[in-house]
Design a protein around this ligand. Structure first.
Ligand code: URA
Length: 433
């Protein structure tokens, strides 16, 4: 087989078989295929796409490039969830204890955040003592004993994706649906999940800017999952503005606690309960979605949900007292109010700009090597649809940095204030099964 012939085949829009895809992926990971040939191949995929069979084959080739987590020692149907990335997205923190409280095992492997979106394990690390590096044995034991555990992704999970993602980043081939779908699904499959609920974000703060694109991505991932015998559902949710009112690591822990205590904002509560309900149904705890949803509401109202989160913090070495006293979490030195310069209604709130501002304040990483400030973040006092008078506080910036001008300008620009009240869009646009 010659690489150039496979690039040519894809350039003509023809379908590659598993053997051909394996040859390309293994050759690239092993260092036999140079960046320039893989780049040409990725660009051919970008323009010509891939069939569902090819996308599933690429996913399996990715999975087989590294370590696959064996969760067979965990009793029950192991469920996982994945979000394609958003701003203020703390849904994983909420659903892990909720689903575990229904007796469904949640064995969650999570990545760190990069750029304008945060990572779940970074958020949890803002709790003093919380350990996110569990050995595979401890991870499995915790899921068997408590129905939940969270750990960072092992270094050798899907190495082909790591190498190819870096190349996509510098060859303008990130936004290719088969490449995104196989990248995400390979990590879910290699992490050992039996059932997966996907949260595909659409809007200003997401990879997918249009509903049509998001539907295609969701359908592609659901088809990959089904072809690999996984139970799978994808939600398409709104990321036109950040989720909830808090963005940043400590901020998002505080807000997740509120949702689990029944004091959360409507958008987050609804999306979290919907995702958790599907996880419970796929995990076999309920037959019916509505029944699962009602049960989860009861768990929140009765205080069992927040108790389960406290248990998660405790078993992973964190200080459980933070649940009752959030002032024990890291605190920023400065809290700067950003005030409205015109009156009207918030018509737009650019999620990506808020995410980037939070990063500039210290909450995120520009590069993988950057460290983060757990106390940094943004509290959104006003969101889309809210009425504004001149001088009203739009948001509060939390930081330990002295120079915040860039972040402040960015958040001011993120708000579009108009004379008419904008229509509030749904939180959940579609569910793909
Ligand atoms: N997230 C991933 O893991 N991979 C992609 O390609 C895009 C988003």
């Amino acid at each position: 087989m010659r690489v150039v012939d496979l690039i040519e085949k894809k350039k003509l829009g023809l379908e590659l078989n598993q053997e051909e895809i394996d040859f390309l992926i293994n050759g690239y990971v092993g260092g036999d295929i140079p960046d320039y040939q893989m780049s040409a191949f990725l660009m051919a995929v970008y323009f010509k796409g891939m069939t569902s069979q090819e996308t599933a084959n690429l996913t399996m080739s990715f999975v087989n490039s590294g370590h696959q987590v064996d969760l067979s020692k965990i009793q029950g149907i192991k469920v996982d969830k994945h979000s394609t990335g958003g701003v203020g997205d703390k849904i994983s923190l909420i659903v892990i204890p909720l689903v575990a409280a229904c007796g469904v095992p949640v064995a969650k492997m999570s990545g760190r955040g990069l750029g304008h979106t945060g990572g779940t394990i970074d958020k949890l690390e803002s709790i003093e003592g919380f350990r996110i590096e569990l050995s595979e044995e401890e991870f499995i034991n915790n899921v068997n004993s408590y129905k939940m555990a969270i750990t960072g992704q092992s270094a050798n999970l899907v190495p082909a994706d790591k190498k190819i993602y870096s190349l996509r980043d510098v060859t303008a081939t990130i936004d290719s649906i088969p490449l995104i779908a196989s990248s995400i699904m390979s990590k879910k499959i290699a992490s050992g999940a039996d059932a997966i609920v996907l949260d595909v974000k659409v809007g200003s703060g997401a990879f997918m800017k249009s509903l049509d694109e998001a539907r295609v991505l969701a359908r592609t991932m659901v088809d990959i999952g089904k072809s690999l015998n996984r139970s799978i559902v994808a939600l398409i949710t709104n990321m036109d503005q950040p989720l909830g009112r808090e963005v940043g690591n400590t901020n998002e822990i505080v807000e997740a606690i509120k949702v689990l205590k029944g004091q959360g904002s409507e958008d987050e509560t609804k999306i979290a309960l919907t995702i958790a309900s599907y996880m419970c149904v796929l995990g076999g705890a309920f037959i019916d979605f509505e029944e699962a949803y009602k049960k989860l509401e009861v768990l929140i109202d009765s205080g069992k949900a927040i108790e389960k989160f406290k248990e998660l913090v405790k078993i992973q070495g964190g200080n459980p007292n933070v649940i009752d006293d959030v002032s024990l979490l890291p605190k920023a030195k400065y809290h700067i109010e950003v005030k409205a310069e015109s009156a009207g209604y918030v018509n737009k709130l650019d999620a990506q700009a808020i995410g980037v501002s939070a990063m500039l304040l210290g909450a995120g990483r520009r590069t993988k090597a950057d460290s983060i400030d757990y106390a940094a973040g943004v509290t959104l006092t006003k969101k889309i649809g809210d009425q504004i008078n001149i001088g009203d506080v739009l948001c509060v910036l939390h930081t330990n940095k002295e120079d915040i001008e860039e972040a402040k300008l960015k958040v001011l620009k993120a708000y579009t204030i108009g004379k008419e009240k904008a229509e509030i869009k749904s939180y959940i646009f579609d569910i793909i099964k």
